[in-house]
Design a protein around this ligand. Structure first.
Ligand SMILES: Cc1cc2nc3c(=O)[nH]c(=O)nc-3n(C[C@H](O)[C@H](O)[C@H](O)COP(=O)(O)OP(=O)(O)OC[C@H]3O[C@@H](n4cnc5c(N)ncnc54)[C@H](O)[C@@H]3O)c2cc1C
Length: 482
């Protein structure tokens, strides 16, 4: 089958049964027509369409090593630096489509499953052939071009205690039974962005304690979203029908859902880690999936900073604020972030090495630094837009005002230095959707947390970073004799 187009994606979305709850509604009809999903479904379809456009085909796809069909390039296992550069170009093309707003374009998890399959030996063959399972799963996802979501963390009940020590040991998803048919899972996970995916990967985060009681929570598996007993409970949608009023929320609200496993049976061939805290805790680093996911994320982040830089510069120019030094200084902050994140990608590719699983892997030092820096610099994107847009971000009447009898007032009082009223309102609505709307609030939270808790990530970074050469230099000077 190979790479799909947008129509095939939408058909699959609407024909795959799933238990998707939106408020008091269990969505039974077409997901792609539902107001909460319509906009993002179209955007995802547009991404899939890009794969098969004749002029983009070579950028977006490569030949499947098994079928020879064109398949998505984010599935490509890189063996050379040229392969890595191809992955970057493909990922940037997808990221640019949404100005880096869509965090979960399919390449994010495609990169993960691609790296894990190369590292199949990590998963082992203890009793069951988990190595073969992950390899087969990767090929299945690649050949069918399946859209993946994933869920890593347990419900936020009591973070002061491990999963087995919660008020109810079945709050966090865990194994309840194993038999010849597979493994039965009960409990919940939060959170899964993109519940309109075809499949869900349930993987451990790296904070599972290794006590005996926590063993049933140390699991990794994947399932079709149609699996019996699997439920997705969605948050309130931020999507809007108007692309004028909410240019981003109307197109890119990826939705987030809590995932409930109501005695879901995972067939053995879909199990990758079972009751193995040691492997569960190391899966991302041990397979280098983290390096490839961080590589994709950083490419997307560059796209986003570039988009915000464009928006904030237009806002400043539109109202003639671009001449003020403090405005220039704030925009420069965004430009510096763009250059910094881009430099991390360049460095990770220039110093890439073949890992022990045979993949040309982005150098982890710069790409892990990008991963840790991003949650600290991303909040400035919306802050600077607010500082420069100021009250203009509230002078954004709904689209309908343009066809009322106050239109002459709107044309007169909303005009700006470089644009007429309609265009100025359009731009400032975009700025609000980037910086202050409920959609923007979710974006801000996403950038802070999507790769994990930045506090614990920074602590892990501190422990991992080789500080010895720096200390040695100081010690040498302290004891220098001349
Ligand atoms: C918009 C959005 C989309 C997301 N999408 C996905 C997704 O698709 N799939 C997925 O798996 N995850 C997703 N996540 C979840 C993301 O992985 C988590 O937000 C992240 O791992 C942090 O976990 P938490 O939110 O449970 O925070 P918590 O762990 O509950 O932390 C809450 C606060 O307590 C502190 N804290 C908690 N425990 C400790 C500790 N042991 N030591 C020190 N401080 C601690 C934290 O620093 C933080 O300040 C998403 C998150 C957001 C916001």
């Amino acid at each position: 089958m190979g790479a799909i187009n947008g129509r095939e994606f939408l058909q699959r979305l609407d024909s795959t049964p799933r238990e998707l709850w939106y408020g008091d509604e269990k969505i039974t009809g077409s997901v792609s027509s539902h107001p909460a999903f319509k906009g993002v479904a179209r955007s995802l379809a547009a991404l899939y369409d890009m794969q098969l456009k004749p002029e983009l085909r070579d950028l977006m796809t490569y030949r499947s090593p098994t079928s020879g069909d064109p398949v998505g390039l984010s599935f490509m296992q890189p063996h050379t630096k040229e392969d890595l550069a191809k992955r970057t170009a493909m990922m940037k093309a997808w990221a640019d489509y949404s100005g880096g707003i869509m965090g979960r374009t399919p390449d994010y998890l495609n990169s993960s499953v691609m790296a894990m399959a190369a590292a199949k030996e990590f998963f082992g063959r203890d009793g069951r052939d988990y190595a073969a399972n992950i390899e087969r799963y990767y090929e299945h996802v690649r050949e069918k071009d399946l859209l993946l979501t994933h869920t890593l963390i347990n419900p936020q009940s009591n973070r002061g205690a491990g999963p087995s020590k919660q008020a109810d040991p079945f709050i966090a998803a865990r194994v309840v039974e194993k038999n010849s048919g597979g493994v039965t899972i009960r409990g919940a996970r939060m959170l899964a962005t993109l519940p309109m995916a075809d499949e869900i990967m349930v993987f451990p985060s790296t904070v599972i304690r290794s006590g005996q009681d926590d063993m049933p929570y140390s699991i990794a598996f994947a399932l079709p979203v149609s699996a019996k007993g699997l439920k997705f409970i969605c948050r309130e949608s931020f999507a809007s029908a108007s692309t004028y009023d909410h240019p981003l929320a109307s197109r890119f609200d990826e939705q987030d859902a809590v995932v409930v496993f109501d005695d879901v049976i995972v067939p053995w061939e879909r199990v990758f880690i079972l009751e193995d805290p040691e492997r569960a805790n190391r899966v991302n680093e041990g397979t280098d999936a983290i390096a490839f996911m961080a590589h994709q994320a950083t490419v997307r982040e560059v796209s986003k900073v570039e988009f915000v830089a464009g928006a904030v510069t237009l806002v400043a120019e539109t109202i003639g604020a671009d001449q003020f030094p403090q405005v220039q200084e704030k925009i420069s902050e965004i430009l510096l972030t763009a250059e910094t994140m881009r430099a991390f990608i360049r460095a990770s590719e220039a110093n890439a090495r073949v890992n022990r699983w045979g993949l040309m892997t982005p150098d982890y030092v710069p790409i892990n630094s990008a991963r840790n820096l991003w949650p600290k610099v991303a909040p400035a994107l919306s802050t600077v837009l607010k500082q420069i847009g100021a009250s203009g971000l509230m002078a954004i009447p709904p689209e309908e005002i343009l066809s009322t009898k106050v239109r002459p007032d709107v044309d007169r009082y909303y005009q700006a230095k470089t644009t007429d009223a309609e265009e100025r309102i359009r731009l400032f609505k975009l700025a609000w959707d980037l910086a202050g709307s409920s959609f923007a609030g979710r974006q801000d939270l996403y950038e802070r947390f999507f790769f994990g808790d930045p506090v614990r990530m920074a602590s892990a970074y501190y422990s991992w970073y080789d500080k010895e050469p720096y200390k040695e230099r100081v010690k040498e000077l302290l004891h220098r004799k001349e």
